[in-house]
Design a protein. Structure first.
Length: 199
């Protein structure tokens, strides 16, 4: 297994280097230019989402490669201020964030909302990506496990305008169309996002 690891920050520090390192590990492993570009796009989307999460975020970015399989991992701790929590609680109590129209935007919002105190979390998680019959888990100890594959299956088995809108978002998303799966695991303030792709 080949891997590369570095520290990235939401202020942009290390992000460009991480994207270049991701492309390099793909090319070094024998990916063609087109495949390496897809891997790079997944890295850019993941790191772009981190840069848009409220507050200052620092994380360990890692790419693991074995044969034609790749795992892009962002492991970070996100400490939210009282003001950030207040804003997110206000947004989640209305049921949706008007600013989050894309799949990645809603993914970002789900992470932020899951970091709210447990008394705000479960009702807030009825919004967005947790509302489409996904068997993802959330409990009062502020743990969350979410999988894009499970979410897609939930969307496929649902009907109505919400399901159609969710499917439209998935089809428009670069990440959802390229990645084989995205998993998000949250425990307390620790957020681990893993993007998986096999060529």
């Amino acid at each position: 297994m080949n891997s590369t690891q570095m520290t990235v920050r939401s202020n942009g520090e290390g992000v460009s280097e991480a994207v270049k390192a991701t492309e390099k590990i793909g090319l070094d492993a024998g990916l063609g230019k087109k495949e390496a570009l897809r891997l790079q796009l997944l890295a850019e989307e993941l790191l772009g989402m981190m840069q848009n999460i409220a507050g200052e975020v620092e994380g360990e970015y890692k790419v693991e490669q074995e044969d034609k399989s790749y795992r892009i991992i962002l492991d970070s701790r996100i400490d939210m201020t009282k003001e950030m929590r207040k804003t997110l609680i206000s947004v989640s109590s209305k049921g949706e964030n008007e600013a989050a129209k894309s799949f990645m935007g809603k993914l970002r919002d789900m992470i932020q909302v899951a970091l709210l105190p447990s008394e705000n979390g479960p009702s807030a998680l009825s919004m967005g990506l947790m509302s489409m019959g996904s068997p993802s888990t959330y409990n009062s100890s502020e743990n969350l496990d979410w999988s894009m594959v499970e979410y897609v299956n939930g969307v496929k088995s649902s009907q109505g305008a919400d399901a159609e809108a969710a499917w439209d978002e998935l089809e428009k998303s670069i990440t959802a169309s390229i990645a084989d799966d995205i998993s998000i695991r949250i425990k307390g303030t620790r957020v681990v996002i893993t993007v998986m792709k096999t060529f």
